[in-house]
Ligand binder design. Structure first.
Ligand code: FES
Length: 115
């Protein structure tokens, strides 16, 4: 099984220091993502908190804490480092968001998915 690239949206729709939710379907399976553009890098994780397995955001595209340093779960305020999704505070401390590989091609953000 090889990874293939799936285009999501232009990089211009995710300015530096911002976050965005994106839902899609691949082979009839729903994939809910959170993407963050920070320090020149775009990362993606499954939009599922390791605490209760529910979506992270309370309002559309609002995934970061007030200072923009961490991804924050809106339900019980768990904080996750942006670069690796590791939970440093909250009820799921020590666990991690599940990462999804990102690749930017010709100014378009995409993910690498198996299949
Ligand atoms: S559901 Fe995310 S911290 Fe509880």
């Amino acid at each position: 099984m090889t990874d293939h690239w799936i285009a999501l949206f232009p990089l211009t729709e995710l300015p530096a220091d911002s976050s965005k939710g994106f839902d899609l379907e691949i082979n009839d399976k729903k994939l809910e993502l959170v993407l963050v553009h920070k320090e020149g890098k775009v990362v993606a994780y499954h939009n599922s908190c390791p605490h209760l397995g529910i979506r992270l955001e309370w309002q559309p595209d609002q995934f970061l804490d007030a200072d923009g340093y961490f991804i924050q779960c809106s339900t019980h305020a768990a904080l996750f480092t942006i670069h690796d999704g590791y939970c440093i505070s909250g009820p799921c401390s020590g666990r991690s968001l599940k990462a999804v590989a990102v690749e930017i091609r010709d100014g378009v953000i995409g993910i690498l998915a198996g299949g």
